[in-house]
Design a protein around this ligand. Structure first.
Ligand SMILES: Nc1nc2c(ncn2[C@@H]2O[C@H](COP(=O)(O)OP(=O)(O)OP(=O)(O)O)[C@@H](O)[C@H]2O)c(=O)[nH]1
Ligand SMILES: [Mg+2]
Length: 218
């Protein structure tokens, strides 16, 4: 029997308040854009399937966090079980770009000794005339952190699919190379902390649903 999805990945979306995190996620999961978007209170949850290769589907559990400082103690708790993340800034808001470093530090300090695969996202790219951060400097910063850089617009649906799919593929590559600690949804399957996909496939004789939560720093 073909599995509905091969794996579940937990993703976290972070960045300053009003950079457009909730709108980006809603565009991806619900296919719509609302001009008026209330600030997120604490954390919201979304999910969607993505097909990364023909017949290979991944279920994404997406945690939409509040950018406002007053919710930081709540949002911190969600780093721990995330395998990937989108780190957003608004290309029309230089301050949100300057804060990227702090967001990354915050994330790193809460997932150690593991790490999260981040994608740097320059959002609201439909507002080109108001741009305050050049693509070159954002690419340079992403490169320095070993991340990819993508520019998106929830309003005009630019690169939204691309951003989530590329991040999912990057995580999948790590799964393939077995640099993951795997937590299985099925209680019957007793897995060692790190187990190669090949041995997993042999053990189960077919596709299984895995809940990928952690990546080892290698
Ligand atoms: N032009 C434009 N505006 C956008 C886009 N995405 C979001 N916005 C606007 O940006 C504002 C903030 O969007 P949200 O998605 O609520 O921001 P957020 O990052 O979730 O904010 P917090 O929940 O407070 O952390 C809203 O007025 C949106 O309409 C976009 O792609 N283009
Ligand atoms: Mg929000």
């Amino acid at each position: 029997m073909e599995a509905i999805w091969l794996y579940q990945f937990r993703l976290i979306v972070i960045g300053d308040s009003t950079v457009g995190k909730s709108c980006l996620i809603r565009r991806f999961t619900e296919g719509r854009f609302a001009q008026v978007s209330d600030p997120t209170v604490g954390v919201d949850f979304f999910s969607r399937l993505v097909e990364i290769e023909p017949g290979k589907r991944i279920k994404l559990q997406i945690w939409d966090t509040a950018g406002q400082e007053r919710f930081r103690s709540i949002t911190r708790a969600y780093y721990r079980n995330s395998v990937g993340g989108l780190l957003l800034f608004d290309i029309t808001n230089r301050r949100s770009f300057q804060n990227v470093h702090d967001w990354l530090e915050e994330a790193r300090s809460h997932v150690q000794p593991h790490s999260i695969v981040f994608l740097l996202v320059g959002h609201k790219c439909d507002l080109e005339p108001q741009r305050q951060v050049t693509r070159q400097e954002a690419e340079k910063l992403a490169g320095a952190y070993g991340m990819r850089y993508v520019e998106t617009s929830a309003r005009d649906a630019i690169n939204v699919e691309h951003a989530f799919t590329e991040l999912t593929k990057d995580i999948f590559q790590l799964v393939r190379s077995s640099r993951l600690k795997i937590q299985c949804l099925s209680q019957e399957l007793k897995l060692s902390p790190v187990q190669s996909l090949a041995s997993l496939a042999m053990a189960t004789a077919g596709p299984i649903n895995l809940f990928i939560i952690k990546i080892f720093c290698t």
